[in-house]
Design a protein around this ligand. Sequence first.
Ligand code: ZN
Length: 249
Amino acid sequence: MRINSSLGIVGSAQFGISSPYDCHVYALRGPEGVLLIDAGSGLGETEIMQTLANDFPGVPVAAILLTHSHADHSGGAASLQRRCQCPVIASVLTASIVQTADEERSGLKRARAMGGYPHDLTMQPCPVEKSYSDGENFTAAGISFTAVHVRGHSHDSFCLFTEVEGRRACFSADVVFYGGVLGVINAADSNLQDYCKDLPRLQNQGVELLLPGHGLFTLRNGQWHIDAALQEMNSGFLPRQIGQGGGIF
Ligand SMILES: [Zn+2]
């Protein structure tokens, strides 16, 4: 599903193009090939590869870049990495989880027990070739990124900033969604206190493209959505959260 000449979504539960357990898997064309941002659960790999071939025919996958270790984002990384023979890039925190397939720290064990994933979905150890840390500038598939650690959704969540066709873009994972919705979930490492500490780091970033891991995305004035979340959080009331209002947010 092409968004513009360099960006597409090649996996997504909500847009109905891959497994119902997949986050949005973005594909961004760079000088070295296509960069996948997140990998999905692994259950939609065939559809993801098909959409990739349709949207970016003949362009190899140069790297897979992970935002955090939740199974809907990272579960498919090991298998995709083997299939595409490309490096996986993740934060130091996420790397320590996906390399050892640590289902406890990724949250998969608990989420699976709660019925959030099929009982036979397991994490496979995934080698990580390159790691990034908070505030670091790094390249993936020849594209420059800056990593900003924002806890609250999970302890290892990062927002990844780059430029898409000359405009400031933020791959915001499950940290902040369209409309300023936040991602507090029922997990031990997810809480509003961490959001209060870290979300202000997304202030004044001049984001145009806001590209979250679920729900709607926008190509214009993405900062408005981030600022709306900050404003709600600072109002003294509970900001709106993912999961409220069914699957629509
Ligand atoms: Zn998540």
